[in-house]
Write a protein that binds this ligand. Structure first.
Ligand code: HH2
Length: 266
């Protein structure tokens, strides 16, 4: 899943892509299977974007990409009105970092029979990184996602349409992110694909001592570990080419796993 930020203030690439359509098409060339288009930054401390401004940013981009991209389009928004406008314009997935807590968002996704990415977030972006506390972060995130699956199911969104996301960096301290990454199998055990967004996030900078521009290798390493363990199935990334190569290589190696036959020499 290639990240397309149509924002002036996204934490890693805000304002860098004045031509979001061209950037998105380049990501498809690099091998993106899905594009995730967002018009409101959710970085820690981000200020909410007014509805009309978010619509103005994303709808033209979705409209154009629906004609040209040739891959499913996801809209990264917490606003039902933005989700509706983008689904109308040709998107088919809603990625809601607030986890479909707004019944109006569930209603829109259900009406359009959209795919949904349900993410766990503690609090709101403006304040979420102010001393987040959990008893057992893995148990709490897993229980939240399980509960959302139940509520969505009762509201007409079948499990087959749902992808789950632990929300790395969303109201989580370094320790919480690591606990979630080490125990992602518990989220995967809920039986739905897991979407993982670690690309360029703060914990990679903290552990590796890297500025944003130098976090792609660390991001890829974390995504690969989760993918190789079978605990992440959709990788939300800035560096699509790297993730695509990693996914191809993992799949090629997996095909030789426990086959009982000698290596074919490929
Ligand atoms: N992370 C970000 C935004 N949306 N959606 C999902 N499902 N999972 C994530 O981990 C996730 C997400 C934050 O990254 P980015 O889009 O690069 O930055 P910003 O929110 O500042 O635009």
């Amino acid at each position: 899943m290639g990240i397309v930020n149509v924002t002036p203030d996204s934490f890693s690439d805000g304002g860098k892509w004045p031509d979001a359509v061209a950037h998105a098409l380049a990501l498809v060339e690099e091998g993106a299977d899905i594009l995730d288009i967002g018009g409101e930054s959710t970085r820690p401390g981000a200020v909410p974007v007014p509805l009309d401004e978010e619509l103005r940013r994303v709808v033209p981009v979705v409209t154009e990409l629906a004609k040209r991209a040739g891959v499913p389009l996801s809209v990264d928004t917490i606003k039902p009105e933005v989700a509706r406008a983008c689904l109308d314009a040709g998107a088919s997935i809603v990625n809601d970092v607030s986890g479909f807590r707004d019944p109006a968002m569930i209603a829109v996704a259900s009406q359009f029979r959209a795919g949904v990415v349900v993410m766990h977030m503690r609090g709101e972006p403006a304040t979420m990184q102010q001393n987040p506390q959990y008893g057992d972060v893995v148990a709490e995130v897993t229980a939240f996602l399980q509960e959302r699956l139940r509520v969505l199911g009762e509201s007409g969104i079948p499990p087959e349409a749902v992808c789950l996301d632990p929300g790395i960096g969303f109201g989580k301290a370094l320790e919480h992110n690591l606990q979630l990454l080490a125990n992602l199998d518990r989220v995967a055990a809920l039986g739905r694909p897991v979407c993982l967004g670690v690309s360029r996030k703060g914990f990679i900078g903290a552990l590796c001592g890297r500025e944003l521009a130098a976090r792609d290798p660390g991001s890829l390493a974390v995504a690969c570990i989760a993918a190789a363990r079978g605990t992440a199935h959709v990788l939300r990334v800035h560096d699509v080419a790297g993730a695509r190569d990693a996914a191809l290589l993992l799949a090629a190696i997996d095909r030789h796993h426990c086959s009982g036959e000698a290596a074919s020499g490929e």
